[in-house]
Ligand binder design. Structure first.
Ligand code: CTP
Ligand code: MG
Length: 340
């Protein structure tokens, strides 16, 4: 089999970057959809605080509605924070939403992170709600900070997310694949490891930390104004980055040896993390994706995909690479996957 092409010519890069810009413009959520999201938050705030007044209930968004990577059709991820313990069981929350006209209310009280899912027919938005899960707010804020540091991050990440949706590669809960969040960590890690780096590790970096209203110092560098442009020494184009992303995870990254770690900003060895394949004692774990959750580092975000699922995703990454290598076919690369 021939060697995968190493790089694109300047002309090829211009063409692919142009196609990406065009696609990116179409993927940006409309103002109207942003407004509906904001109205949903106000509405939930009102419903909850009317039902349980004086319970210090706050409605926070996380996930793509909070990290600058949403599309018009993204679900809204919501975290309710409150000292009212009874809300944490989720059942009373589900009943309240149902009473207030929400449809398709589903309560997954026993899930790893218990959630209620529902659909608001008035604002036409689907949502996932959890109660008191500050980790998700924290990692969302860090993703948003990374997205703001360099102008290439948002278009690149949105286009890769779009590709994962169209190829059905981002449904950790049902599809046995990996979540959008895992893909985003893979993208950030890739950008941290370009030469010279486009992104730093915000958790490793000294200083540049702001204080929250309550006076707590951020656990990662978050002062966007002072950090912005630190990757400017790297001049790679959007087209080149997309091409290299697929090349990297399709052919270069050694899944049997390495862990994606945005906390470290470099590749970590599976051995040093105790995620060595031999520790599992089975051959299948050899070729598997390992992605460290940046705040809860014992969590492997890659393990929602089993060996066979990961193998399928890996083939999809190579398919994308080959379609770009052979004539920059971005549209075919993102063609809707049809089940055979
Ligand atoms: N999350 C997490 N651990 C996971 C998956 C998700 O902590 N294994 C949290 C993260 O805070 C993430 C949020 O849940 O930002 C939403 O995850 P996900 O829906 O995968 O990402 P989105 O950015 O919301 O992408 P999409 O638009 O596809 O919903
Ligand atoms: Mg989401």
């Amino acid at each position: 089999k021939k060697e995968p092409k190493r790089t694109l010519t300047p002309n090829e890069q211009d063409k692919l970057s142009g196609d990406m810009r065009e696609l990116y413009d179409r993927l940006l959520p409309s103002q109207e959809s942003e407004d509906r999201r904001a109205r949903l938050i106000e509405k939930l705030d009102r419903i909850l605080n009317e039902e349980w007044p004086d319970s210090d209930i706050h409605v926070n968004v996380f996930g793509s509605s909070g990290n600058l990577l949403s599309s018009t059709d993204s679900d809204v991820d919501i975290c309710i924070t409150t000292p009212l313990k009874k809300l944490e069981s989720m059942h009373s929350l589900a009943a309240l939403l149902d009473k207030n006209g929400m449809e398709k209310v589903v309560c997954r009280a026993a899930a790893k992170v218990p959630i209620v899912k529902c659909w608001d027919p008035e604002l036409e938005l689907a949502m996932d709600l959890n109660v008191n899960n500050p980790l998700a707010l924290q990692n969302t804020r860090m993703i948003r900070t990374y997205v703001q540091l360099d102008d290439r991050v948002r278009p690149l990440a949105k286009i890769i997310k779009y590709w994962t949706k169209r190829r059905i590669l981002n449904d950790a809960a049902f599809g046995g694949t990996i979540s959008s969040y895992t893909w985003i960590c893979m993208i950030i890690s890739f950008l941290q490891r370009r030469e010279p780096p486009i992104l730093p590790s915000l958790q490793k970096m000294d200083g540049h930390r702001r204080k929250s209203e309550s006076g707590e110092t951020s656990s990662f560098a978050d002062d966007v104004e002072s950090l912005k442009g630190s990757g400017a020494a790297n001049k790679e184009s959007l087209g080149e980055l997309l091409f290299q992303f697929f090349r990297h995870y399709g052919y270069e990254f050694e899944y049997s040896k390495h862990v994606v770690s945005i906390r470290e900003g470099r590749l970590v060895l599976r051995k040093e993390k105790g995620w060595d394949p031999t520790d599992y004692g089975d051959k299948e774990s050899h070729n598997r994706l390992c992605v460290e959750e940046p705040f809860t580092t014992v969590r492997n975000l890659g393990n929602s995909a089993d060996y066979y699922a990961w193998h399928g995703i890996h083939l999809e990454i190579r398919r994308a690479f080959e379609l770009l290598e052979d004539g920059l076919q971005l549209e075919r690369c993102c063609e809707q996957y049809e089940f055979p």
